[in-house]
Write a new protein. Structure first.
Length: 132
C-alpha cells in the first residue's frame, strides 16, 4: 500500500515538474515572440505596455507550482521513510518466519527420530525377549 502511495506521489511530482517546464517554455516563447515583433516593427504600444504584467503573472504561476513541488517532495520524503520502515518490518517478519520454520522442521525431525528409535527398540524386544 505504501509502495502505491510512493508511486502516486512520484507521478504527481512528475506532473508538477512538467507544468513548471511548460511555464518556462511559455515565458521563453513570449520573449522570443516579442523580439520578433520588435524586429519586424509590428509591436503595438499596448502589447509592449502589457508584456511585463503578462510575464509577471506567468512567473507567479510558475512560483506557485514550485511551492507545490517543494511540498510534494516533502511528502515524498516522508512516504519513502514510511516505506523503508515497512520494508524493514517485512524483512524482520520474514526472517522470524524462516527461523520458526527451521525450528519446526528440527522438531519434526527429532520426533521422527524418536519414533524410529522406538520402533527399532520394539522390534529388538520382540526378536530378543532378553531386552525387555
Amino acid at each position: 500500500m505504501i509502495q502505491q502511495q510512493v508511486a502516486e506521489a512520484e507521478h504527481q511530482k512528475l506532473l508538477i515538474q512538467k507544468r513548471i517546464q511548460a511555464f518556462d517554455d511559455v515565458i521563453a516563447q513570449a520573449f522570443s515572440d516579442q523580439q520578433q515583433q520588435m524586429a519586424s516593427g509590428s509591436l503595438n504600444p499596448l502589447q509592449l505596455q502589457q508584456f511585463p504584467n503578462y510575464i509577471w503573472s506567468l512567473k507567479q504561476s510558475r512560483f506557485q507550482e514550485t511551492q507545490i513541488l517543494q511540498g510534494q517532495e516533502q511528502k515524498l520524503t516522508q512516504l519513502r521513510g514510511l516505506l523503508q520502515q515497512a520494508l524493514i518490518k517485512k524483512k524482520s517478519l520474514d526472517t522470524l518466519r524462516e527461523k520458526d520454520f527451521v525450528r519446526y522442521q528440527k522438531s519434526i525431525e527429532k520426533a521422527e527420530e524418536e519414533f524410529l528409535a522406538e520402533i527399532a527398540l520394539t522390534r529388538a524386544c520382540r526378536k530378543n525377549p532378553a531386552f525387555s
